[in-house]
Design a protein around this ligand. Structure first.
Ligand code: NAP
Length: 483
């Protein structure tokens, strides 16, 4: 089930949002603590009849709610409600425990007994679960903040340990997204999806559209294959959009998740490696992005020669108990270029001397291009150029006189000197092709100026999709080989 929380603060908007949510939700949570006393009174007299179960919630501020409420206020609130209106009443554990020795204001078979921690995911989560399970509430709920991606592990354990007791368990924050997407497939009663961006009731909550269309949560089961991208930060990665839409188009029983991984060691041990991981899941492959492309190699059982030669892995396939490393950046960078220009023997200026430049240099060397590396750090440019038998020069000295320019710096990227170009416009005079690996924005300042100067242009989106396609081919081939 996907449950949409209603988080409007005015009665009219709140009621309108219930109607809107009823078009798409399986359940609707009324966050009544978002309303002031007057709006709350208006809403309670006008709650529409909808076919979905309504979950009533009246959360005090110290447990993530919007109202300052004493325990007495909360007990009073529930006593004043008509139980018939209520599908479920979400009552916090301390409130439930305060009501155990008297008749409950709401029948226990309508109560969700909940525990929230907005600071962290405590180590003793199963202890918390046991306390919740000792109450007579029909459903138990645990929501904690994931400070790191491995905090997903105890949350998945909670779902497993709840057994036949209906359970809702999730980790908040970007690091916890995996729990929000996978919880229903692992036996949880529901997951929360915001009606739209900006209407989230907790951080890291995807929208209902993302849960349904991007992650296809309703079709996932424990048998679904799991893929994902590891990186830090990961919030702006386009990989989930690219891979999930491809997996859906291919009709695969699989999902691709963003994993915000700061501590690579803990992720590889507790979540990834089949020999040590603490989650029973069908994790089949990982994309690897900044800053883990080099460090991930230490955790792999085998690295293909190309990735070893480049010194970076951007793709991990999990085959049985083994982790295999690949690099699709060379192929991703070169195949869109090969489609539009034959670089054999051409003069090529590579701007930047980082990881992407390295992959590009490898591809250009294979094609016998005549390469000069331009970078702000002359020493780095020199080391890289020497390895690939190219020339090197300072980025500021770039004056054109080349057939192809390939930008491998982030200059012009959204949030990083956006609107600027790594080279002077006049230096593009006579250049045949300008290739910018930056994909956001799709037309960078460099590409705009190149177009105006009459050069052929190629943006970074083509590389992004080409390397992602190559990743899925690797994962599929590994699965076939295994079968
Ligand atoms: P990286 O390893 O951090 O290398 C970045 C390079 O750019 C380094 O040489 C760095 O110089 C230089 N640089 C950074 N800021 C600069 C500035 N303000 N002025 C001059 N030089 C600067 O990053 P990467 O992995 O190679 O990625 C580079 C860019 O390529 C990314 O920003 C991304 O947009 C793009 N990319 C695109 C794709 C795709 O699929 N389209 C794939 C990979 C990368 P220092 O070493 O001196 O810091």
């Amino acid at each position: 089930m996907i449950c949409i929380p209603i988080t409007e603060i005015r009665a009219r908007d709140f009621l309108a949002a219930i109607h809107e949510a009823a078009e798409v939700a399986d359940a609707i949570e009324l966050r009544l603590d978002y309303l002031n006393a007057t709006d709350l009174a208006s809403v309670l007299t006008a709650i529409p009849v909808v076919s979905q179960p309504l979950i009533f919630t009246f959360r005090p501020r110290e447990q993530g709610g919007q109202r300052d409420l004493t325990l007495i206020d909360r007990q009073q609130f529930w006593r004043n409600l008509e139980p018939e209106l209520i599908g479920y009443a979400d009552m916090e554990l301390d409130l439930v425990e305060s009501l155990l020795d008297r008749p409950p204001p709401i029948p226990w078979d309508k109560v969700i007994c909940s525990y929230h921690d907005f600071q962290s995911t405590p180590d003793n989560l199963t202890g918390v679960l046991e306390r919740l399970m000792r109450t007579p509430a029909r459903v138990v709920k645990i929501a904690t903040l994931a400070r790191s991606v491995t905090d997903c592990v105890p949350v998945f354990e909670v779902i497993d340990r709840a057994g036949a007791r209906p359970v809702i368990a999730l980790a908040m924050g970007l690091a916890g997204v995996a729990t929000r997407v996978l919880a229903p497939s692992r036996g949880a009663l529901l997951t929360f999806g915001a009606l739209r961006q900006g209407a989230e009731s907790a951080c890291g909550q995807p929208t209902v559209g993302e849960l349904r269309d991007l992650y296809r949560v309703e079709s996932l089961t424990r048998a679904s294959e799991i893929y994902g991208v590891i990186g830090y930060p990961i919030g702006h990665s386009l990989s989930p959009a690219i891979h999930n839409s491809a997996l859906a188009a291919e009709g695969r029983d699989a999902v691709y998740l963003p994993f915000e991984v700061e501590n690579l060691d803990a992720f590889m041990r507790d979540m990834a490696h089949p020999r040590t991981r603490r989650i029973d899941w069908r994790l089949r492959g990982l994309s690897v992005t900044i800053p883990h492309k080099l460090d991930v190699i230490a955790y792999l059982d085998e690295v293909e020669p190309l990735a070893r030669r480049i010194g970076a892995v951007n793709t991990v396939a999990i085959e049985g108990e083994r982790l295999l490393g690949y690099n699709t950046d060379v192929m991703g960078a070169m195949s869109p270029l090969d489609d539009v220009f034959d670089v054999r023997g051409a003069r090529v200026a590579v701007l930047g001397a980082g990881g992407a430049a390295r992959a590009v240099l490898y591809g250009l060397a294979e094609r016998s291009a005549e390469v000069t590396v331009y970078a702000r750090d002359l020493k780095k440019a020199g080391v890289l150029a020497e390895e690939f038998e190219a020339r090197s020069s300072a980025l500021e000295s770039f004056a054109g006189d080349t057939d192809v320019v390939i930008n491998c710096t982030p200059i012009g990227m959204k949030g990083h000197r956006e609107g600027q170009s790594p080279v002077r416009r006049e230096a593009l005079n006579g250049v045949k092709l300008v290739y910018d690996l930056v994909y956001n924005p799709e037309e960078t300042e460099l590409l705009k100026e190149a177009r105006e100067m009459g050069c052929l242009t190629l943006g970074g989106m083509a590389m992004l999709t080409a390397q992602a396609d190559a990743q899925r081919r690797i994962w599929q081939e590994n699965q076939k080989a295994k079968r």
